[in-house]
Design a protein around this ligand. Structure first.
Ligand SMILES: *Cc1c(COP(=O)(O)O)cnc(C)c1O
Length: 485
């Protein structure tokens, strides 16, 4: 791409007076905007011709990386393929042009989608009912914890102010608990990467509101002690919360509801194939077991006979209207297009691809916890530590070969964590291509470590200063100019 011609910022291409579009002549008489409603000065917009604008944005869009461009093994994020039929459904004008305040009679189809998706999720997870209102996994966690808090308050059990979170948990777990006004207590993992039941026991008491768990956990390992953990947690009067971000490998195999979980969220944008990346969009429906339905937030869709209506009978609200409808519609399309039989293949296939990649690469990368994983696994950097090549270097070098990097430096249990999740959609050819490149990088690290340490060499930009970008983000052109003064 020619940067001098098409520029990094549209503002850099601006020429005073240049126009990309002009309004047609007004043939309908004189209609001036009243003086007091007019702006005092022109808006500070870039002035460009149409072709320049089109090329600028089209060329920039080519710098994006997505599942449609290449392999995207970003662990924990389940970057699975987003089938195009989902987009076709979401683009149907009858859905896309709906207004949330339309009369119920005119939106029966949309309400049916909401109602049916709730039933499907309940069946797939073993929960009694769901709310589709939360807008992300983290928002689902907060909603779920609010449900748990309401449950305890309704029983006048006011001492329960603590939430137990494993040390391997995703950062959103303790964050959600803190936002909900609950205190976080950490439970340790065993050397095998599972929740340490002996460490858990003394933490349980009448001040515990809930324990949050991810199963399989963030190391991709199935928490096989879950029946005992559920018994212990319930024994002290607390509820068990399921972080459903890792539901993918369980689909068709087992259900959180049957494992003893009371409240859970699902990341529709992960397990149910709606596009996500760069922070959104998403949806984090929350499910509850039988007996907790009354604590779900409003509004929700109810069905009487053939008619659907929106019901506001519960006190709590977590968002406007009925959630992120476009995402809900895509997830429902995905479930229907796979169907009851094929959806059972998702989990086993995701597990197979992850184990295949893990076994093929463990000769070159350090596998701290061996054995069968589920949909993802974690390496602790290269096996050969003498080269000085870090996980960050390997991740950057992967970009040169056209692959998205795996998740790095998470979970925090290992210093050089590299978390790989291939998903069920990838062909053996794609997996073999990735394995080949990972081996090649390991060889480069041994023979030409500088090449890997200074990567990427083929990307539009080289290494960015992550810390500076996070601590001092420059998000407007004006700010950029001022900062350069
Ligand atoms: C992605 C993820 C979350 C948070 O979900 P968001 O939709 O990103 O808010 C929570 N827990 C785990 C294990 C995750 O992978």
């Amino acid at each position: 791409m020619n940067r001098t011609l098409y520029g990094n910022l549209i503002f850099e291409l601006s020429h005073p007076g240049r126009r990309g579009y002009s309004l047609p002549k007004n043939n309908f008489g004189h209609h001036e905007v009243p003086a007091e409603e007019r702006r005092q000065a022109d808006a500070a917009l870039p002035e460009c011709d149409e072709m320049t604008v089109v090329r600028h944005y089209t060329n920039h869009s080519g710098n994006n990386f997505g599942v449609d461009n290449g392999f995207y093994p970003l662990g924990s994020c389940t970057m699975k393929y987003n089938p195009y039929i989902n987009e076709e459904m979401a683009n149907l004008p009858d859905f896309a042009a709906l207004h949330p305040q339309q009369p119920e009679d005119t939106v029966q189809g949309a309400l049916a989608v909401e109602y049916n998706l709730r039933q499907s999720l309940a069946e797939l997870t073993g929960m009694s009912d769901f709310t589709l209102n939360p807008f992300a996994g983290a928002h689902g966690e907060l909603t779920g914890l609010m449900i748990i808090r309401s449950y305890h308050q309704a029983r006048h059990d006011d001492k329960r102010i603590k939430v137990i979170v494993p040390d391997s948990a995703h950062g959103t777990n303790p964050a959600s608990a803190a936002v909900c006004g609950l205190e976080v207590v950490e439970v340790k993992s065993t050397p095998d990467g599972l929740v340490d039941v002996e460490d858990l026991k003394p933490l349980l008491g009448d001040d515990i509101a809930a324990m949050m768990m991810t199963n399989p956990n963030t190391l991709g390992l199935f928490e096989k002690d879950i029946p005992e953990i559920a018994k212990l947690v319930h024994g002290c009067g607390a509820l068990l919360y399921y972080d459903g971000a890792n539901l993918n490998p369980l689909l068709g195999v087992c259900r959180p509801g049957d494992m003893g979980f009371d409240v859970m969220h699902v990341n529709l944008h992960k397990t149910f194939s709606t596009p996500h990346g760069g922070g959104g969009p998403g949806a984090g429906p929350v499910g509850v077991r039988k007996g907790l339905e009354e604590f779900l937030p409003s509004p929700h869709v109810v069905k009487e006979g053939d008619r659907y209506s929106v019901c506001y009978d519960h006190a709590c609200h977590v968002g406007a209207y009925l959630g992120n409808f476009g995402v809900i519609l895509r997830a429902y399309t995905y479930i229907l297009s796979l169907g009851k039989e094929n959806i059972k293949m998702v989990g086993p296939l995701a597990t197979l691809t992850a184990n295949y990649v893990k076994e093929c690469l463990k000769d070159a990368y350090e596998l701290p916890i061996g054995g069968l994983c589920k949909h993802e696994f974690v390496f602790n950097g290269l096996r050969d530590k003498s080269t000085g090549v870090t996980t960050m270097d390997v991740a950057k070098r992967l970009l040169d070969y056209g692959y998205h990097a795996p998740t790095i430096y998470f979970p925090l249990l290992f210093h050089e964590a590299m978390m790989i999740e291939p998903t069920e959609n990838e062909s053996k050819d794609t997996l073999d291509g990735f394995i080949d490149v990972m081996h090649r990088i390991a060889k480069e690290a041994a023979e030409q470590p500088e090449l890997v340490k200074t990567a990427p060499h083929n990307a539009p930009i080289s290494r960015v200063d992550d810390v500076l970008a996070a601590k001092h983000p420059i998000v407007t052109y004006k700010q950029l100019i001022n900062d350069n003064d």
